[in-house]
Structures are given as C-alpha cells and as structure tokens.
Design a protein around this ligand. Structure first.
Ligand SMILES: [Zn+2]
Length: 320
C-alpha cells in the first residue's frame, strides 16, 4: 500500500482511494466535508455523508452525486455539520480523519475514535502550546462576553461552521438583534434547509441601522480588517471578537485586529490529537497539516508510535 499527499490524500491499495482532492480522480473519491479546500470539483460520484453532499452542492451551485462503497465506512468526525472520517477496509484498514474534533460543541457531537491499522490524522494544533480550556468554559466565556459587553459587537468566524456556532451562542446569551453578513446568511440558509437548524439572524445588508441599536453582527473572518468593518467600528464603536484555536497565542489577536478572542475551534487541540491517536491505536500513523513534523516526532518519542509526517508529493510505502 502506498500513501501520498499531493492534491489531497492518495491511498493506493487494491484500488486507488483519493480523499479531499479538488482535481485528482481515484477508483473511490472521498469528500470529508464541505469546506472549499476539500471539495471535489469534477462530476464523478463521491463518497460522503448525505449532509456533506447537500452542503457542498449548495455551495458549488450544482448537484453533488453521492455514492457508497462497501469497503468504506463513514463516521461523524465532529468538525462541521456532515463532516466524516472514513475507514477503508482491506488487508490493513486505513482510518482517514480529515479535519476532526473530539469535543461536543454547541449543537455538534464530537468524533468517537474507532480502531484501525493505519491512521491518517490532521495535526493543525499538533504542539503542546495549543491546549484549549474545557469546552463548557470556552462557551460560557463567550456568552458572558456577549451579555456583558454594552457596545455593538462584530463576531468573526468562518462562514460555514464557526459562524453558525457563534450565532447559536449569541442567541442563548442575549435578546439583542443578531445580523448576518451576506456570506454567513447564505450558509445559514443552506444549513437551515439541509440540517433542520434555525437561526434567528436577519440579513445585515437590509438592517444596517440596527448596529447602532446595540446589534450583533456575525461576519466572515477574512473581513476583520476590511474598510467597511473599520468604518462601522468608527461609526458605532463596535467591539470586534475573533474565534479560533489560534487564539491560544496573542498573534491571532494582533493579526486579525480583534479586541477580544476566544479559543472556539473546530479542530482537536494537542491533547485531543494525542487522545485520538491512542484510542485508534494504529500500527502506523501519518500526520498532515499544521505542526505535522512536530506531532509525528512527539508520537514517536513520547508514545512509541510508528509515526511520520506526510509531505507534499512524498510517497510513503507501508511495508507489511
Ligand atoms: Zn475544514
């Protein structure tokens, strides 16, 4: 069996499995979740959850043809609604986590690890510096902030996943008006249609004046330093808050120009990653994204796992 990271993860066994690739084709094509960097763009059939097919289809503006495969089992990976880890059965089983979180958060259940011979795991926060407080503590801090902050608020998060969790926490915390930026509102509509969730937020574009009436705006994180945001802050005295696992270090606050930050993440923290690997208990671990080298060497050194980082275009033959 050969495992390679190039355009997504390529697993060459009896059949070729391609996971989370935008362009490459395999005998089996997997889509773990509906974030754009993982979305398959060809018209071929993909193995994914029903919800991921709906969300990805709505985002791409075309039908995503979903299929199943008797060698592939999907498990909720706890990253965003519909996200799946995939276990590929064969002489040796391979568990591919995609983006993953073990924590139950707001309305989403975390991943329950399953055993496998080979594990391919993400390592976005794969160094000990990235440890998050308990989820209950993080969510209470966010709700306290929303309740106690008297100024208008702008809350920034990725438009699919994070933005909806922030909105739910705001709904629980306050009766103040909640406004959704256009791209967040689009994702709310898709989630409401596909996942039987409801959001109280009204469109920002038609209700801008409510920001002067202590409104709470939820906007995509890539707009945190944009001109319109700066103007809105000047005009209303709004306070800006960012939500990410990167908020563990101060640089996130400076880079995003935030007044407040919270460690609300859709990924495992360092301890979560270690726990995941221990529970899967594989013979071999491949690590991808973020602190991959660091996490692989930690697993080798401290936990005795046969672990290595998957590097772009570097094949790894697993010799069984
Ligand atoms: Zn993702």
């Amino acid at each position: 069996m050969k495992i390679t990271e190039k355009d997504g993860i390529h697993i060459q066994g009896e059949e070729k499995v391609v996971a989370d690739s935008r362009n490459s084709q395999g005998d089996i094509n997997l889509v773990s979740h509906a974030h754009f960097d993982h979305m398959h763009l060809s018209d071929s059939e993909v193995v994914c959850s029903e919800l991921t097919a709906k969300l990805a289809g709505a985002r791409a503006g075309k039908e995503v043809k979903r299929t199943e495969h008797d060698r592939v089992e999907l498990y909720n990976s706890g990253h965003i609604l519909g996200s799946s880890a995939a276990k590929i059965k064969g002489e040796k089983s391979v568990l591919y986590t995609g983006d993953v979180s073990l924590r139950d958060r707001v309305y989403l259940d975390g991943f329950n690890p399953v055993s496998a011979d080979i594990l391919v795991v993400e390592s976005t926060y794969g160094i000990p510096a990235y440890r998050f407080p308990e989820q209950r503590v993080i969510e209470n801090r966010i709700k306290d902030f929303i309740q106690n902050e008297g100024s208008p608020l702008i809350l920034f998060g990725y438009s699919l996943g994070k933005a909806q969790k922030i909105q739910k926490l705001a709904e629980q915390a306050t009766e103040r008006p909640i406004l959704a930026h256009g791209s967040v509102k689009n994702m709310n509509d898709v989630v409401e249609e596909s996942a039987e969730k409801e959001f109280r937020a009204i469109p920002y574009g038609e209700n801008k004046e409510l920001m002067e009436d202590n409104g709470i705006l939820v906007a995509p994180s890539n707009t945190s330093q944009s001109d319109w945001v700066e103007k809105l802050v000047d005009k209303t005295g709004a306070v800006k808050a960012g939500f990410s696992g990167w908020a563990t270090t101060d640089s996130f606050k400076y880079r995003g120009g935030y007044d407040e930050t919270f460690q609300l993440s859709d990924h495992c923290d360092f301890d979560g990653l270690v726990k995941l690997v221990e529970e899967v208990d594989p013979e071999k671990v491949y690590v991808q994204h973020g602190f991959d080298e660091e996490f692989a060497s930690y697993l080798k050194r401290e936990k005795g796992f046969n672990a290595r980082a998957l590097k772009q275009n570097q094949s790894s033959l697993t010799d069984f």
